[in-house]
Write a protein that binds this ligand. Structure first.
Ligand code: GLN
Length: 495
């Protein structure tokens, strides 16, 4: 067979079933690709023994005719997922040496379906960031470059390692998580597909918590069909996550007909941001025209509270993070500071946390603690919660008025240079999430689909936002957009 690493999940699944390759052969191909791609710093813990063992078991299952869709398919796992006996650090020094005694529900679901884990993937520390530059392992690198310019670019964040690995063909697909855009923004920056499902679709059990009311896992894949296949394998009702939805999981792949005739697509006027590059405006207009040509009805809509989403997110997410991260105290997990004579338990907490948490995480913990403090709770946290309810209502209203999906840009720019934002105000970095955080605040499904290249040859993506629990319909609209856009570009190999 030609280059196995270039396959999609669907292609590899079909080839395995036809006996054209084996899971062991596929796995060895990717282990070799990973070894040669150290410059991307995408994989941060390698698990070749586990991978080969899982691959052998998968080949036996396929041979016995018992092969679920993911059986034998090598994937990467974001470091935020707890994987039994394998380092799971959330890219933080505070979890140095932490090897969970348990498996996250999502990785368990994937392994039950026969998936093969190649290793753990780089990310922003505790999933806080948009460039993968807050990682204790150092930044992951985008395989894409601006033309012949060899400046290194960010793969986005927080799921930067996942995005880089999928775009560079180091695995067939990867898991990601998305609290404010961390699947969709890195997918957009690397020319791959990423879906954040409805809040409650994927179990959060065993996924290191950032902001529990916003966190959702999802797949990062080479195309929409693969997203459908992998999402189905990840979803399940899980009694161990109190917000897990007890709903049947549809066969998402079977819903990919590409037929969107008669669907109503909303174009929200508030997403035309001041200073947005013309290229993004054009991408959006082109995508709108594609959906129209495919038979959808296009309507202008208003989501009036959009401009309050980013400030509300940056109150709610840090508030929840400050509470979730209180457990890292030097006692229960990971790093404990060396103490001096006279130090007590307070010094142990303070020193362990000061050494273990990076700057961005410390900033979030401080903001979160501040907005939850007795004197400011009403002014910040409670107000942000009210804004969140209004943002959700904006979406409820347009869906009630007959809109089936909403089309927006995924990000306000293409991938930027690593280090470029180093001296910028942190709010500049937060602006990356301007089109994605609304979706988390409202708990809706959202998908980023690559639809074009900018003038420097970097990928650009559009986002489709769907109704709650209607991922199948959303994936089908995304499929129609993908077919029309025909995005096939790949980064030129330099690593
Ligand atoms: N970039 C956003 C943040 O820093 C979103 C991160 C995420 O979705 N995990 O909070």
């Amino acid at each position: 067979m030609s280059d196995l690493s270039k396959m999609t999940l669907a292609g590899a699944r079909d080839a395995l079933r036809k006996g054209e390759t084996t899971s062991v052969e596929l796995t060895e191909t990717f282990l070799k690709a990973i070894e040669g791609a150290g410059a991307l710093n995408a994989f941060v813990h390698h698990t070749p023994e586990i991978a080969l063992e899982q691959a052998k078991a998968a080949d036996a299952r396929i041979g016995a005719g018992d092969a679920p869709d993911m059986c034998g398919l090598p994937i990467g796992i974001k470091d935020l997922f707890c994987t039994k006996g394998v380092p799971s650090q959330a890219a933080s020094a505070i979890l140095e040496g932490f090897k969970p005694e348990y498996e996250s529900t999502i990785t368990q679901n994937l392994f039950d379906a026969g998936a093969v884990m190649l290793g753990k993937l780089n990310m922003d520390e505790f999933a806080m960031g948009s460039s993968n530059e807050t990682s204790t392992y150092g930044n992951a690198v985008n395989p894409w470059r601006r033309g012949n310019d060899d400046a290194q670019l960010t793969p986005g964040g927080s799921s930067g390692g996942s995005a880089s690995a999928v775009a560079a063909d180091l695995c067939l697909a990867a898991t990601g998580t998305d609290t404010g855009g961390s699947i969709r923004q890195p997918a957009a920056f690397t020319g791959i597909t990423g879906i954040k499902p409805t809040y409650g679709r994927c179990s959060r059990w065993g996924v290191v918590a950032f902001a529990s009311s916003l966190d959702q896992a999802g797949p990062m894949t080479k195309d929409v069909r693969d997203a459908a296949i992998m999402l189905e394998a990840m979803c399940s009702y899980d009694a161990k996550d109190s917000t897990s939805a007890n709903l049947p999981v549809p066969n998402f792949e079977a819903m990919l007909t590409g037929d969107i005739k008669g669907k109503t697509i909303g174009i929200p006027k508030e997403y035309h941001m001041d200073g947005m590059p013309d290229e993004i405006e054009k991408l959006w207009a082109d995508g709108t025209a594609m959906l129209k040509a495919a038979g959808a009805k296009i309507v202008d809509i208003s989501l009036p509270h959009t401009k309050y989403a980013l400030p509300a997110y940056y109150v709610i997410a840090p508030a929840e993070a400050s509470s979730n991260l209180a457990r890292y105290d030097g006692v229960r997990y990971g790093h404990r500071a060396k103490l001096e004579a006279g130090d007590g338990i307070t010094e142990m907490y303070e020193k362990s946390r000061a050494q273990g948490f990076g700057q961005e995480v410390q900033r979030r913990v401080m903001i979160g603690t501040y907005v939850l403090s007795a004197g400011f709770y009403d002014a910040y946290y409670n107000r942000a919660r009210r804004v969140r309810a209004l943002i959700k209502k904006d979406f409820d209203d347009v869906f009630a008025a007959g809109v089936d999906a909403i089309l927006t840009p995924a990000t306000p720019s293409a991938a930027f240079g690593l280090g470029e934002m180093k001296d910028a105000d942190p709010v500049q970095m937060y602006l990356n999430d301007v089109f994605t955080v609304t979706v988390n605040l409202a708990g809706l499904p959202g998908i980023a689909v690559p639809t074009g290249l900018d003038s420097k040859g970097l990928p650009l993506a559009l986002q489709l936002i769907g109704k709650p629990w209607e991922e199948g319909d959303l994936l089908n609209t995304a499929y129609a957009l993908e077919q029309a856009a025909g995005f096939v570009a790949k980064p030129a190999k330099w690593w």
